[in-house]
Design a protein around this ligand. Structure first.
Ligand SMILES: Cc1ncc(COP(=O)(O)O)c(C=O)c1O
Length: 417
């Protein structure tokens, strides 16, 4: 056996391993046939390639001698300017955002790493909503930070409670991290709720980290929130907000690793050291390719968002009545399974292995280890929920998934609640 002859960090030993391979393993056990192919609603990845204009521009940028060197630490100015303008489009014309507020990162996960490392130390507390986006929880655990659980509940549509959050903040708290639209629940926090969190964070002197990876999939026509607006925000956003963005989903290019942090220039000054250390710069070709195309890609993103919204509607209409949707939005629907005395993990395993329907159980977003190594487990009620992704699947497949869920009610042999 080849064992490493050295020791590993406490942070790594106390961190769960990424849960997705488990679902891949279940899926690999399914015997697909032409009539009954595997149906995968587990993946939070875009179902499309980016438009040809992006593919062509990326090819040219990648082979241009100007993109082989390191970029400036905050990325290409052309893309920072294009993103600042695009954000006025998303958050309203009076959004007070300048290129100087923006740092480009190698994806939004790295944006979270850099933001957390800039504001918190080992031993500090960071409030996370649960169910969590597992990489957020894993990072806090790796860095020996204390994750403080802000439980969200089905009866509240998985919206976090501001009153509960207020009780959780102590003088060791450095940040409250929210994801909206949420992964895994799909809950979309209202501008009013986000404003309350900003006001609370401001009052308590902690950072509000807002991961808005899925913001372009809000189809209400209203801005996701008004924090950037000089007239509508309850606080001056630069005093409190650290906004995180991902180009992966909106522009369909997760493999090219591009994200952004939008924060006060003082924060960016401190962040510079982290970014220089962990990434030096984000990949250049994709930045150079995207910068001039951002305005003309808006219709593509809008069309994709509307297609995903209509797939959500189809999923809601087609889901058998015993299965209950708790929240829905962005890429995800969070659904309570109807079986008695079994956990979502058991249901997801059998759905994948026997019915060819791949989904993720709530345990993947609730179970972990705290920084002191103690286990964080989900409650009995929380253990009933399953994440379905509608992003990387066709409308026809959504209907077939719902047919198989109906069949599972008899074929799996479990009694219904
Ligand atoms: C909430 C959230 N943040 C960040 C990411 C990762 O984004 P990126 O590909 O830009 O690192 C994901 C991907 O699923 C996500 O769901």
């Amino acid at each position: 056996m080849s064992r490493a002859g050295y020791r590993f960090s406490r942070g790594i030993l106390n961190t769960i391993s990424p849960p997705i391979p488990q679902a891949h393993h279940w899926a690999s056990c399914y015997k697909a046939t032409a009539d009954r192919p595997l149906l995968d609603m587990s993946q939070g990845v875009p179902g499309l390639s980016p438009p040809l204009s992006v593919q062509k521009a990326l090819g040219e940028a990648a082979s241009s001698p100007s993109s082989f060197g390191y970029a400036l630490p905050f990325g290409e100015d052309s893309l920072r300017e294009a993103l600042a303008l695009d954000m006025k489009h998303a958050y309203g014309p009076d959004a007070d955002i300048a290129a100087a507020d923006i740092a480009l990162t190698s994806g939004c996960n790295l944006a979270f790493v850099a933001a957390i490392m800039t504001v918190a130390d080992a031993g500090d507390e960071v409030v996370l909503t649960v169910p969590w986006y597992f990489n957020h929880q894993m990072l806090l655990s790796m860095l020996n930070m204390h994750m403080v659980v802000l439980q969200t509940r089905p009866e509240d549509g998985f919206m976090p409670s501001i009153a509960r959050c207020r009780e959780l903040i102590t003088n060791r708290t450095k940040a409250v991290a929210l994801v909206t639209p949420n992964n895994p629940t799909g809950a979309i926090y209202s501008p009013a709720l986000i404003a309350e969190f900003a006001a609370l964070a401001h009052e308590k002197g902690v950072a509000l980290i807002l991961d808005e990876t899925y913001r372009d999939f809000i189809t209400t026509g209203e801005p996701p929130h008004n924090l950037f607006s000089t007239s509508l925000s309850p606080v001056y956003w630069r005093s409190t907000l650290i906004h995180l963005y991902s180009f992966s989903k909106s522009y369909c290019l997760p493999g090219h690793r591009l994200g952004a942090i939008v924060a006060a220039p003082e924060m960016l000054e401190h962040l510079k050291g982290v970014l220089d250390t962990v990434q030096i710069c984000a990949p250049r070709p994709i930045q150079l390719a995207l910068a001039p195309l951002i305005p003309e890609l808006r219709p593509f993103i809008k069309e994709m968002a509307l297609a995903i919204k209509s797939r959500h509607d189809l999923f809601r209409r087609s889901l058998p009545s015993a299965w209950m949707i708790g929240a829905q939005g962005g890429y995800y629907a969070f659904v309570k399974h109807p079986f008695k005395d079994v956990t979502a993990s058991q249901v997801c395993e059998r759905l994948a292995k026997e019915m060819g329907v791949v989904t993720l159980p709530s345990a993947f977003f609730c179970e972990g280890k705290a920084s002191d190594g103690t286990k964080v487990a989900e409650s009995e009620e929380a253990s009933k929920w399953i994440r379905f992704s509608v992003a990387n699947i066709s409308d026809k497949q959504v209907i077939r998934v719902c047919e198989r869920l109906k069949e599972s009610e008899t074929l799996l042999g479990w009694s219904l609640e």
